[in-house]
Ligand binder design. Structure first.
Ligand SMILES: *Cc1c(COP(=O)(O)O)cnc(C)c1O
Length: 358
């Protein structure tokens, strides 16, 4: 029996992506690697039809957090000031990054279950003319909330402020406003909605931001040096060649399926089935449907069932779900829609949920 991962990355791989890992050995200083890297960089920019004259993808070896950290430390200039918007674990992680690197910043905290208060953001931007960049999470995986970006982006544009977006759990499945002038960069990873293998992450950023090298923080996570090297088909450090193969195959698969919109439709279809099955068992979603991403849903644990009991019973039937984080650990469980999941898998999941919870 194949185990299906319903945690928010890494995901269940398709055969095509898994087989790609067995490609030929490559030296990262050879033209074959350069061609692979160039292809992936082009395909990442093309996922949202961003203009390649203005946008570039920078590839890193590391998990999603490496890309977020690289984005923040490389794109906020020494003279800049960052506003970090928090409404979950990943927003709070960006504050930790800013704190540890000594990046001048202001936090705007919300409760984990709350929407971003766009009025408060606009007020904070008016009150703090020093702010040059806003860091925000698109899909806050903590609760499954898809943060609304349009009002926020308009407020940023009005002040000439750039948005640094943690799109780690939304890239390739939710709408990312690459056409908005305030969007400066998006950090993401191979092994969430792109269905690749963990080990490669990336930042898609405006070339103008990447070319403004005034940060001088970090060495391994200095995006500018990756950008300069990758523009010349090189790399400053050894990359994870095999996970590049897998990402390349995953991007081909995404394009063949019809792109991010098709992926969103398929996640929504999976989510609808799982939500209906759980609702029939008396289990509600944590957030209203219209505020949730298509990628992951939080559900309230039924009274009398602990997370560990539900997790272990599902795992014995071939499904791995995910716990809530810290204060939500006792209250919720999370199910992610990412990866190579078939109708047959969903049928089996519905049966398993009924067997365990009815
Ligand atoms: C998964 C995730 C990350 C990064 O996690 P890694 O374990 O470093 O890959 C960052 N932000 C969000 C919103 C995420 O969901």
């Amino acid at each position: 029996m194949k185990t299906i991962l319903l945690n928010p990355g890494p995901v269940t791989l398709s055969t095509q992506v898994r087989d790609a890992l067995l490609g030929p050995d490559l030296c990262h200083r050879e033209p074959e690697f350069a061609a692979l890297q160039n292809k992936i960089r082009r395909q990442l920019v093309a996922v949202y039809d961003a203009d390649p004259a203005q946008w570039a993808a920078v590839l890193l070896t590391g998990s999603g957090t490496a890309a977020v950290e690289a984005m923040l430390i490389s794109l906020v200039p020494r003279s800049g000031h960052l506003l970090v918007i928090e409404n979950g674990v990943y927003g709070e992680r960006m504050t930790r990054i800013a704190t540890n690197y000594g990046i001048a910043h202001t936090r705007l905290s919300h409760d984990w279950l709350a929407k971003i208060d766009a009025g408060k953001v606009a007020q904070t931007l008016r009150d703090n003319p020093a702010i040059t960049h806003v860091a925000v999470v698109h899909h806050e995986t903590t609760c499954g909330r898809l943060n609304e970006l349009s009002a926020l982006a308009d407020a940023c544009a009005a002040h000439g402020i750039g948005i640094l977006l943690d799109g780690v759990s939304s890239f390739a499945a939710e709408d990312i406003p690459f056409g908005h002038s305030a969007l400066t960069a998006v950090a993401a990873t191979a092994n969430k909605c792109l269905h690749g293998v963990p080990g490669t992450s990336f930042v898609v950023a405006r070339r103008a931001a990447l070319e403004c090298d005034s940060t001088l923080r970090g060495v391994y996570l200095d995006l500018t040096s990756y950008y300069v090297n990758q523009e010349r088909s090189g790399t400053p450090f050894t990359q994870s060649v095999q996970t590049f193969y897998a990402l390349s195959a995953a991007l081909d698969e995404l394009a063949a399926e019809g792109g991010w919109r098709t992926r969103r439709a398929s996640y929504r279809q999976r989510l609808g089935r799982i939500r209906n099955a759980l609702r029939a068992l008396g289990i509600d979603g944590l957030l209203p449907e219209e505020e949730s991403s298509c990628v992951l849903h939080g559900f309230n644990l039924p009274t009398g069932t602990t997370y560990a009991e539900l997790h272990d019973a599902l795992k014995a039937r071939g499904f791995v779900i995910y716990a809530g984080q810290s204060k939500l650990a006792e209250q919720i469980f999370r199910i992610s829609m990412m990866g190579d999941i078939t109708e047959a898998d969903l049928n089996r999941l519905e049966t398993a949920l009924r067997d365990i919870l009815a």
